[in-house]
Design a protein around this ligand. Structure first.
Ligand code: DC
Length: 212
């Protein structure tokens, strides 16, 4: 069973999903980390992130372990490496390919079938788990999202805004796992809300639905 937290980069999904999982005693699942692992493994294998056949081969053969505090790729701790700018860019590219998505969606479904999860991503409520009992779509203005990312990474907000806009465009225009709001999702604009306020709102919704 999964509570789905979808939305664009910088909307606050990771912090919110982690805090909510802690509060409800659920397991946190970072689906983006899976696409990042495919991206890192592809770069390391010399596979072009735009190559659907090469990247789907990588996606099907790598071991990804998200159960512990670290992200492990074939047993190696890659928690920091998957957050570099190169891997972020490559992850956005590999996640366009339907074969890569199908492999990741299968893995995500296996995980969430075996427990109670709060999963964050782009397509959790629409593709991975359309029957999720609680779907939340987090948004924030592009400027605020860029500011948050820039503060995290210690870089120029204008540069981040440009990169975020490109990735948003790719997420929203791809054919599979498109970033769209599920019809039955609750939309929360986090532009002017702090983390606790967002988590509180979702925890109330979860309580009303008998979750947690
Ligand atoms: O959430 P994130 O920035 O860690 O995600 C990395 C990339 O993976 C991002 O470009 C979008 C993609 N992604 C996806 O296509 N579907 C998901 N469920 C999660 C992430």
């Amino acid at each position: 069973m999964v509570i789905a937290i979808d939305g664009p980069a910088g909307a606050g999904k990771s912090s919110v999903a982690k805090a909510l999982a802690d509060r409800l005693g659920f397991t946190y699942l970072d689906s983006g980390a899976m696409y990042r692992c495919v991206a890192l493994a592809s770069l390391e294998a010399g596979v072009d992130p735009d190559d659907p056949i090469g990247t789907s081969g990588v996606a099907s053969r790598i071991a990804i372990d998200l159960e512990g505090p670290e992200v492990r790729l074939d047993g190696r701790d890659v928690s920091s490496e998957i957050r570099t700018a190169d891997v972020t860019e490559a992850a956005s590219r590999v996640s366009v390919h339907p074969e890569v998505r199908a492999a990741m969606v299968d893995r995500q479904r296996v995980l969430i079938a075996a427990g109670r999860y709060v999963a964050e991503g782009r397509d959790i409520g629409t593709v991975v788990s359309p029957d999720s009992p609680l779907k939340v779509f987090l948004t924030a203005s592009p400027e605020i999202r860029a500011e948050r990312r820039a503060a995290e990474e210690g870089i120029d907000p204008a540069e981040v805004l440009e990169r975020i806009s490109e990735r948003d465009e790719r997420d929203s225009s791809r054919e599979h796992g498109t970033l769209i709001v599920a019809g039955d999702a609750v939309e929360i604009d986090t532009s002017n809300l702090d983390l606790d306020a967002v988590v509180e709102q979702i925890a109330v919704l979860a309580g009303q639905r008998g979750l947690g």
